[in-house]
Design a protein around this ligand. Structure first.
Ligand SMILES: Nc1ncnc2c1ncn2[C@@H]1O[C@H](COP(=O)(O)OP(=O)(O)O)[C@@H](O)[C@H]1O
Ligand SMILES: [Mg+2]
Length: 231
């Protein structure tokens, strides 16, 4: 289980995140919402040790992991904002990178498992990541994350710039992963999709948590979508 308590991130004098706490269990999905600049990516980066945490703690299965860089965070994988693929690497090489330091046998087993889930990548192993379509590139970023065999998968706006069909494919895949017991923390602009997919939501405004609860309640609570959308 992933637990954040009172997390604070600052960039100089900018308070990007103030006092954010959350938990995420196996097979659960949490949607993090908020307008541009609300601190969503800072939250994701803080969990993954990609920005310094000023205050508070990140725990994984009870163990403090605050500030530990992603490549040393066993069990956590990130699909970063904008996908962040190396354009000149092939699909196959990108997948290897996602696995980290594992034996050749583990690598092969994971690769087979991941490619079974993403047939569109299986036929493109030698294609350079930079020549993939937006949807394929997102699938590769997701597949690269899964090569780490995560228990917690974190995604920062995976649907940005994707067609509705490609977006639906992302969410279908995430639903399957949840069924396999993976906890999913997703930052998503498309609230309709995010609230439809996740069990719980966390709303950030100017770096502060201003709302949280179950997405079922959110559906019933009149006006919440407007609040989430910033109207
Ligand atoms: N590297 C950085 N240096 C300075 N300020 C930053 C940096 N990254 C983000 N910020 C600022 O922190 C705030 C939160 O940004 P971010 O976490 O990217 O928000 P979101 O992902 O919700 O759009 C914004 O005001 C943004 O301008
Ligand atoms: Mg962001």
């Amino acid at each position: 289980m992933l637990e954040l308590s009172n997390l604070c991130v600052r960039y100089g004098h900018i308070r990007a995140l103030e006092g954010v706490s959350l938990t995420l269990k196996a097979g659960e999905a949490l949607a993090v919402a908020g307008m541009n600049g609300a601190g969503k990516s800072s939250l994701v980066r803080a969990i993954c040790g990609l920005v310094p945490v000023r205050e508070g703690q990140v725990r994984l299965d009870g163990q403090a992991i605050t500030g530990r860089p992603l490549h040393r965070l066993e069990g956590v994988a990130l699909v970063p904002e904008g996908r962040v693929l190396a354009p000149s690497l092939s699909v196959s090489e990108t997948l290897w990178l996602g696995a980290g330091r594992v034996s050749a046998r583990t690598l092969a087993a994971r690769r087979d498992g991941v490619l079974a889930r993403f047939p569109e990548l299986a036929g493109r192993l030698t294609q350079r990541a930079g020549t993939l379509s937006g949807g394929e590139a997102t699938m590769l970023a997701l597949a690269r994350g899964l090569m780490a065999a995560p228990r917690i998968l974190i995604l920062d706006e995976p649907s940005l710039g994707l067609s509705p069909a490609a977006t639906a494919r992302v969410f279908d895949t995430l639903a399957e992963l949840r069924q396999d017991g993976i906890g999913v923390l997703i930052v998503e602009q498309n609230l309709h999709l995010a609230l439809g997919f996740a069990d719980r939501f966390l709303l950030l405004q100017h770096g502060r948590p201003v709302g949280e609860g179950s997405t079922a309640e959110a559906d019933r609570s009149a006006g919440l979508e407007e609040l989430l959308l910033g109207h």
